[in-house]
Every structure is written in C-alpha cells, then in structure tokens.
Design a protein around this ligand. Structure first.
Ligand code: ADP
Ligand code: ADP
Length: 233
C-alpha cells in the first residue's frame, strides 16, 4: 500500500476575476521507504504541493490517501492529529525557538504529546546525539552554525518517530559542505526506513535522492527514479 496517494488533486485560488490553478489534476503515489525530491520553477506549485502532502492545507478537490486513509475531508483537528502522528517537518529557515536550548527545541513536540519532562529531556538528548550534536545540548540557535541548526531541526522532526519526513528547501540556507552533511543525515534516515519527501531548487541535491518529480504550472511533468524516467508532458 502506498504511504501517499493523490488522486486528481486540484488546488484553486480565486484572484479577482481570474482563477489560479496552483495544483491541476495531480496524481501521485509514493511508496513506503521512498526518497523523493520535488523540483520546478518558482510558482510551479511546489509549496502548495508540500502543504497538501503535509496536511497543512486541504485541496480544493480530489482525494488524498495517507497510509490508506482518505483525509481530504478531515476537519482541522483530525488533520492536525494525523500530521503530528505521522509526519516530521524540516524547513529552510529551521524554525527553531531562539530562547530555547537545542535540547528544549528538540523536546518541544513531546510537550504536545504529553510526555513527562524527564523522558522528554532524555529522548531529546539521544536525538541530538544521533545527529552528532551531543556536545551542543545547552546551546541556543544563535550560538550554532546553519548546519548545526538544521541538525537540531532534524532531531526535532524525528523525536516522535514519524514514518514520513517532509522538508521544504532544507539546504536552501546552507553552504555546500553543510548541505552535503544534511543530505547524509536524510540518506541515513531513509535507509532506516523513513519515507522522505523534499522540495529543492538545487539539481545536485535532488540527484542525491532516489526519485525526482518535476512540477510545472501546477502539474507533475516528469517522474524520474534512479532506474528510469517517465515524461508526463
Ligand atoms: P512554488 O512553491 O513552486 O513557487 P507555489 O505553490 O507557491 O509555487 O504557487 C503556485 C501558484 O499558486 C503560483 O501561481 C502562486 O502565485 C499561486 N498561489 C499559491 N498560494 C496562493 C495563495 N494563497 N493565494 C493565491 N495564489 C496562490
Ligand atoms: P517558495 O519560496 O517556497 O516558492 P513562495 O514565495 O512561492 O514560496 O510562497 C510562499 C507562501 O506564500 C506559500 O505558502 C504560498 O502559499 C503563498 N503564496 C504564494 N503566492 C501567493 C499569492 N499570489 N497570494 C497569496 N499567497 C501566496
């Protein structure tokens, strides 16, 4: 069973008299354990696609099966619950809280999950150790490099042990060396069984994933796996 299946998804915005199709008849299946990147020019629908895949937004029409369950009709609470249980998010700008230490930032999702403080701190410490930041538990975001901040964000995304990781331009603010270090962490996550989906503008980042989707004008126009390529256009 696919972990993600989109069937004829449309996302439409009304702009005055005109209609913008941010997503236009999108069909997509992502299998468990895939490592997929989404590319495409600015305005092609990548953010909209990530927002819908990540249950942050709902399509105008079409069906979205996440782990086999149709979620397009979920209300806000159901959507939030599904999101928290199944998906870890990584953002271009890290989205860390400036006043909290690395360990406190990583532990935050566990507060919402109702885990007690001792266990939260212990699990956050282990998660930071797993991304090579065992010596930076007490550091605040401002005291860390971009690559270190993104590793904190990845530890936070993993803390609930989600099956799916979604990342929006995760290397967009990083130098080349840090970008490759971050991609190595994503590769390890994927090897450990996680399904990873990321948006990127950078071809050399996309090439490190196992499947490259290309969007144009709200449609998927190419789907290339390490093995071969399907042109939809
Ligand atoms: P990308 O991430 O590839 O740059 P987006 O998903 O942000 O593309 O946008 C796809 C299209 O939908 C663009 O034409 C954009 O202007 C439009 N769009 C996205 N979000 C909105 C919105 N909230 N209101 C109106 N139009 C939007
Ligand atoms: P990205 O850098 O990922 O391409 P964008 O600049 O396209 O991001 O969009 C950033 C956010 O603004 C998105 O969440 C998108 O939904 C929203 N957005 C994009 N275009 C419009 C628009 N024309 N009107 C309102 N919101 C928009």
């Amino acid at each position: 069973m696919s972990v993600i299946e989109l069937k004829d998804i449309m996302k439409t915005y009304q702009m005055g008299d005109s209609v913008v199709h941010a997503l236009y008849h999108v069909n997509l299946k992502i299998e468990p354990g895939e490592f997929t990147s989404i590319m495409g020019p600015s305005g092609s629908g990548k953010s909209t696609m990530m927002n819908i895949l990540g249950c942050l937004d709902r399509p105008t029409s079409g069906e979205y099966f996440l782990d086999g369950k149709e979620i397009a009709g979920y209300d806000d609470d159901e959507l939030a619950h599904t999101r928290n249980a199944k998906i870890g998010f990584v953002f271009q700008n890290f989205n860390l809280l400036a006043k909290l230490t690395a360990q406190e930032n990583v532990a935050l999702p566990l507060v919402y999950a109702g885990v007690d403080e001792e266990e939260r701190m212990e699990r956050a410490k282990k998660a930071l150790e797993a991304v090579g930041l065992g010596e930076r538990l007490e550091h605040k975001p401002m005291e860390m490099s971009g690559g270190q901040r993104q590793r904190v964000a990845i530890a936070r995304a993993l803390i609930n042990n989600p099956a799916i990781i979604m990342a929006d331009e995760p290397t967009g603010n990083l130098d080349t060396k840090s970008s490759y270090e971050i991609m190595d962490i994503f590769k390890k996550m994927n090897e450990s069984g996680k399904t990873v989906v990321m948006v990127t503008h950078e071809p050399d980042i996309a090439e490190q994933t196992k499947r490259i989707l290309v969007m144009r004008d709200g449609q998927l126009v190419s789907d290339e796996r390490s093995g071969g390529k399907t042109d939809y256009a």
